[in-house]
Design a protein around this ligand. Structure first.
Ligand SMILES: Cc1cc2nc3c(=O)[nH]c(=O)nc-3n(C[C@H](O)[C@H](O)[C@H](O)COP(=O)(O)O)c2cc1C
Length: 174
């Protein structure tokens, strides 16, 4: 499928919107709720069995998805801001909570992401961080970007995945 050409048009996520999807172990979409379909601009048929990267916006640094996968694979929940690309090239910001669900016998069941509107303050703070990380990735590569990301976390006093998640949640209250 051809990648949409990104535009400067932002789509509104309202305070009541809860955008949900589930995936298999590789991140391929296995379930989407109606608001996911509506905001993305794709049909359900265009989304199911496709990688979640169908929504990947070029403004998102790679290191954020590396952080996401490093943690969710280990069963640690991740709360992170994501800028997503819609079919028509517009975008929307969300605060996503991504979790691994397990079967009663403890085996992997699926990953699930629930996404809520991101606050203006969060979009500004995290948007500036992502712009910087992307720039570093382009010029110096992913390792340098990972170092800059870790420096940011250390400056905020974030030392583990729980303090990471709390920081992101608190930022959304401002
Ligand atoms: C449950 C779940 C939900 C995800 N949701 C998104 C999403 O909304 N947007 C996005 O760009 N990536 C999302 N991802 C991450 C993608 O799997 C992928 O790592 C990311 O889009 C980067 O893709 P790339 O490595 O092919 O560039 C999600 C992953 C999982 C497991």
């Amino acid at each position: 499928m051809e990648r949409p050409v990104p535009t400067d048009v932002e789509r509104e996520v309202t305070p009541v919107d809860l955008i949900v999807s589930k995936s298999d172990a590789e991140g391929n979409i296995t379930y989407v709720n109606p608001i996911f379909i509506k905001i993305s601009g794709y049909t359900q048929g265009e989304l199911l069995d496709k990688p979640h990267a169908i929504l990947r916006h070029p403004d998102m640094p790679k290191v954020i998805f590396k952080y996401l996968w490093d943690n969710i694979k280990e069963g640690r929940d991740v709360v992170a801001y994501v800028k997503n690309l819609c079919k028509d090239g517009s975008y929307y910001w969300v605060l996503a909570t991504v979790k691994m669900a397990k079967n009663p016998d403890g085996s992997f069941r699926n990953y699930m992401s629930t996404r809520r509107r991101a606050s203006q303050k969060a979009k500004e703070t995290i948007g500036a961080l992502y712009t910087k990380l992307l720039e570093i990735e382009k010029n110096e590569g992913i390792e340098a970007s990972e170092k800059a990301f870790n420096d940011f976390l250390a400056e905020q006093g974030i030392s583990d995945s729980e303090s990471f998640n709390s920081y992101m949640q608190n930022l959304n209250k401002e």
